[in-house]
Design a protein around this ligand. Structure first.
Ligand code: FAD
Length: 482
């Protein structure tokens, strides 16, 4: 299921969450001014934006999430691999209720082919905030000539109904480009999010990529702080995340090019006279050859919108990026994200780890009762995912049906001795699969042959054949660099 959460809503949600944590100090209104570091600490100079006063903050590590124009990246002199295009785009942020326009055609993205406002609307909230993105014809309307009035005319044309009120909130030009830093780490300082990589929004991959960066990094830093892992584990951050970001950046550019190609096929681009452009479009659609080009152009958008393989199908350490964004396949190899399947937690708690594994489960099960298409039984069977078995602060061993637990316990003891908290989930004893979706492949591929050891970030560290506990333990130690 696709979920579209407007970024301001997500950011507010995160802020609410972390502001409740007494261990986190959230301060706003400061800019990074300078950074310096030794082998063991980072000294950041920050500037109070109101008073201009400088302060110094010492920390063991620093994660720079300061966006595309990252000051920290600049201060560290980290260069990026980048690719510019000559396409200038315009984002118009506006407020309107689009419900009367779209009726029951509720979607997340609306395309406007009419030349008066050709582009697309991201319907973040159909009752409120929307974004219209269009290609700027720099000859006809150079960026400097854009005004609120021109934006109003575009949005009026895009909405297509005179009686729908709207407000223009802002407008901002940007150039279609991708940029990926050569490294995401310099000593104890890390780049994450757009500071490390930025690319066009065509694909909706940017924020998700940033979240996955810190998902990868946070547990590694925690392990170093606790003395469980050596600092060299942190070098796997760049080696694991950079390739993913690079493939996202290339796909986002490709998606954008496919859109431009589609708009070109409508024969409206660069035609100033709207009536003429509309006639060109009608002629193009009436011509069988041009019509088939348009259809091919629409098909060419598939990877833009159907891209699960990019989001969750990548494998850390893989030499090649996923060949097709839309062709997701669950993978049970080291480096892959543990595939999802619905599970039922059996109520026979058997504590096998230092921490009771049941405590590692999310506090609440998933509630999909809002999905109107699902029957009651289906809602009940979609409460826990295999991913929920993997506590964010623990390692997880999922073992197959009828596997001898004594050997799993040997692994558990080995992990315990190096400070790794391991939770063991046994199929048929601690959990059972629910339904059929994704289950057969899980059973066949994985658990029937032994087990799978999962890192705190839900990526597979190793396939485990019971009886090879020593090798598995060596794998864990190698990852921790101990
Ligand atoms: C129109 C549009 C649509 C998009 N749609 C999607 C989508 O559907 N899905 C998706 O995943 N992504 C999407 N993205 C991309 C997404 O918005 C970005 O990838 C995301 O905002 C990056 O988050 P970030 O925290 O790394 O950087 P930013 O959001 O840029 O945040 C950087 C922060 O650092 C602060 N900062 C800057 N300089 C300094 C300094 N010197 N000192 C201290 N602080 C500083 C800034 O004030 C800001 O708060 C879209 C982007 C655009 C433009």
């Amino acid at each position: 299921m696709i979920h579209n959460i407007p970024q301001p809503v997500l950011e507010q949600e995160l802020t609410n969450h972390i502001s409740k944590d007494p261990n986190i100090l959230l301060v706003k209104g400061f800019s990074i001014h300078a950074v310096d570091q030794t082998d063991s600490e980072v000294l950041a100079t920050i500037e109070d934006r109101t008073t201009g006063n400088l302060h110094q903050v010492k920390s063991r590590h620093l994660i720079a999430c300061d966006g595309r124009k990252s000051k920290v990246r600049e201060l560290l002199g980290i260069e990026s691999e980048s690719e510019d295009s000559d396409q200038t785009m315009m984002t118009i942020h506006f407020n309107a209720s689009l419900r009367p326009v779209v009726g029951d055609r509720v979607g997340m993205l609306y395309w406007i082919m009419d030349p008066i406002a050709a582009g697309f609307i991201i319907g973040y909230d159909l009752d409120g905030t929307q974004v219209h993105i269009s290609q700027v014809d720099v000859k006809q309307h150079p960026v400097e000539s854009w005004t609120g009035e021109l934006c109003r005319a575009k949005i009026r044309g895009a909405i297509g109904k005179e009686d729908v009120p709207f407000d223009i909130l802002s407008f901002r030009p940007w150039v279609f480009r991708r940029q990926v830093a050569h490294t995401f780490q310099e000593g104890n300082i890390f780049l994450a999010g757009d500071a490390a990589h930025s690319f066009p929004p065509t694909g909706g991959l940017g924020l998700n990529c940033g979240l996955a960066d810190v998902h990868n990094l946070a547990y590694k830093i925690a392990l170093v702080h606790r003395g469980v892992a050596r600092p060299s584990i942190l070098s796997t951050y760049t080696s694991e995340r950079r390739g993913v970001a690079d493939s996202y950046s290339r796909q986002s550019v490709k998606n954008g090019k496919e859109i431009f190609a589609l708009l070109q096929s409508l024969k409206t681009v660069g035609v100033e006279d709207v009536a003429q452009a509309r006639k060109n479009m009608a002629d193009a659609l009436a011509d069988p050859i041009q019509h088939s080009n348009v259809e091919a152009g629409i098909e060419g958008q598939r990877e833009h919108f159907d891209n699960l393989e990019l989001h969750i199908g990548y494998v850390y350490g893989a030499l090649k990026p996923p060949p097709h964004a839309s062709h997701y396949s669950p993978k049970f190899v080291a480096g892959a994200r543990l595939p999802h399947a619905w599970v039922k937690i059996l109520d026979q708690p058997v504590s096998t780890g230092k921490t009771d594994k049941y405590e590692a489960l999310p506090q609440e099960p998933i509630d999909v009762s809002y999905v109107r298409e699902l029957e009651k039984r289906e809602v009940e069977s979609r409460q826990w995912s295999t991913l929920d078995l993997c506590g964010p602060d623990s390692w997880t061993l999922i073992v197959g049906r009828d596997q001898p637990t004594s050997q799993a316990l040997i692994l558990n003891e080995g992990c315990d001795s190096i400070g790794v908290n391991l939770n063991i989930w046994r199929l048929g004893v601690d959990f059972e699969f629910e339904g059929v979706e994704g289950v057969q492949v899980f059973e066949d591929e994985l658990v029937e042959r032994g087990g799978v050891l999962v890192r705190p970030d839900q990526h597979i560290l190793a396939r485990v054949s019971l009886g090879e506990e020593e090798e598995t333990l060596q794998n864990v130690k190698a990852h921790l660099a101990v």
